[in-house]
Write a protein that binds this ligand. Structure first.
Ligand SMILES: NC(=O)c1ccc[n+]([C@@H]2O[C@H](COP(=O)([O-])OP(=O)(O)OC[C@H]3O[C@@H](n4cnc5c(N)ncnc54)[C@H](OP(=O)(O)O)[C@@H]3O)[C@@H](O)[C@H]2O)c1
Length: 295
C-alpha cells in the first residue's frame, strides 16, 4: 500500500507510520539469534509499502543498524527515509560526529535522512557543542534533517536555540494510555513550532488495555481492530506520526490497516477523555529524566 504522508509547513514530509527496529538485533547488547527473521521482517515491511525506518546506535549496540544495512544492499535506498539516533552519553561535538560516521558505516549508506539526539545530552556534554556538530553534519550532506527525542518543550527549545537548522522532529512515548506528552502540551507545541511529534510505543509493546470499553465501541463503529483504533487515534492528530516494531507479518498487515482513514475529531476527544487508567509519566523514559538545571 501507499502509506499516507504528512508535510510540515517548511516542506519536510514523512509517512504517518514507520517501522521501528528497537529489539531487532538485541536490546542494549548485540544479539544475533533472530538476525534471519529480523532481516526478513524489515524486507517484508518494505515490500508492503513501508518507507520510513527508525533505528538507533543504541539498539542492539549498533546491530539493528547493521541488520538494516543488510537489507539496504538489495533495495532502492533513495526510496526510504531512515532515522537514527545518537545516544545521550555519546554527545558533544566529537561524540556526535563520531556516532554519525559509525552509523553510516553500519548501515552502508552515505547519508541519514533524519539524525536525532536520542535524549538531551548527559550532563558532561554541552548542548551547544552537540548542536554545532549536528549543524556541521547537515552542511556536509551526511545528514538531511535533524531532530530530537524525549525532549519536553524547554529542552526542545534549548536544542533549537543552539542550532542553525530547524528541528523537524521530536520522538516521544505516546499512546492511548501513556499521556505524558499531553501533560507537557507537546502535541500543541509540535503544531506551534511546525515539527513532527513521532509517537513511540503506540501499542505499549502489545500491552495496551484492550478491555477498555471505548476501544470496543470505536472498533465496532469503524469496523477496525482495537490496535488499529489505537494507532489511528495517534495519526489522526495534527503533526503526529508513529512507529511500531513488528517482526510478525500479520501484525504489520494489521497496523497498515490503521492508516488510510480518519477518525472524527469528536471520537479523538472521546478516547482522550475516556480511555481508563491513563498514565502521565512514561514507564520507560519519563520526560523529567534529569534536572531542569541541565538547560
Ligand atoms: N526514542 C525512544 O526513546 C524510543 C523508545 C522506545 C521505542 N522507540 C521507537 O519506537 C518504535 C516502536 O516502539 P516499541 O517497539 O517500543 O513499541 P510498540 O511498537 O508499541 O510494540 C512493539 C511490540 O508489539 C508487538 N506488536 C506490533 N504490532 C502488533 C499487533 N498488531 N498486534 C500485536 N502485537 C503487535 C510487537 O511484536 P511482534 O514483533 O511479534 O509483532 C512488539 O513486541 C521502536 O521500535 C523504536 O524505533 C523509541
Amino acid at each position: 500500500m501507499r502509506i499516507p504522508t504528512k508535510k510540515l509547513k517548511n516542506g519536510f514530509e514523512l509517512p504517518v507510520y514507520g517501522l521501528g527496529l528497537w529489539q531487532m538485533g538485541g536490546r542494549f547488547e548485540e544479539d544475533r539469534t533472530n538476525d534471519e527473521a529480523d532481516i526478513k521482517a524489515i524486507k517484508y515491511a518494505i515490500e508492503q509499502g513501508v518507507t520510513y525506518i527508525d533505528t538507533a546506535e543504541a539498539y542492539g549496540d549498533g546491530h539493528a543498524e547493521e541488520l538494516l544495512g543488510e537489507v539496504l544492499k538489495n533495495v532502492d535506498r533513495s526510496k526510504l527515509v531512515i532515522s537514527t539516533k545518537v545516544s545521550g552519553n555519546n554527545q558533544g561535538y566529537d561524540g556526535v560526529l563520531d556516532a554519525c560516521e559509525k552509523s553510516l558505516k553500519r548501515m552502508g549508506t552515505d547519508y541519514i535522512d533524519l539524525f536525532m539526539l536520542h535524549r538531551f545530552p548527559d550532563p558532561e556534554f554541552s548542548i551547544k557543542e552537540t548542536m554545532r556538530a549536528m549543524d556541521e553534519l547537515v552542511e556536509s550532506g551526511k545528514v538531511r534533517h535533524i531532530g530530537v527525542s524525549n525532549c519536553a518543550p524547554k529542552r526542545f527549545e534549548s536544542a533549537q536555540k543552539h542550532s542553525k537548522n530547524k528541528l523537524v522532529y521530536n520522538q516521544l512515548h505516546y499512546n492511548v494510555e501513556y499521556r505524558e506528552v499531553e501533560k507537557y502540551g507537546l502535541e500543541k507545541h509540535a503544531v506551534d513550532n511546525d515539527y513532527f511529534l513521532c509517537a513511540w510505543r503506540p501499542l505499549q509493546k502489545d500491552l495496551l488495555d484492550t478491555s477498555a470499553p471505548i476501544l470496543d465501541e470505536m472498533a465496532n463503529k469503524y469496523g477496525k481492530t482495537k490496535y488499529q483504533i489505537a494507532i489511528n487515534w495517534l495519526i489522526s492528530q495534527p503533526n503526529v506520526i508513529t512507529l511500531s516494531k513488528t517482526s510478525t507479518p500479520v501484525h504489520l498487515d494489521e497496523n497498515l490497516g490503521a492508516l488510510d482513514w480518519d477518525m472524527s475529531e469528536e471520537d479523538i476527544e472521546r478516547i482522550r477523555q475516556e480511555f481508563p487508567n491513563q498514565k502521565y509519566a512514561s514507564d520507560a523514559v519519563p520526560l523529567d529524566y534529569e534536572a531542569a538545571s541541565l538547560l
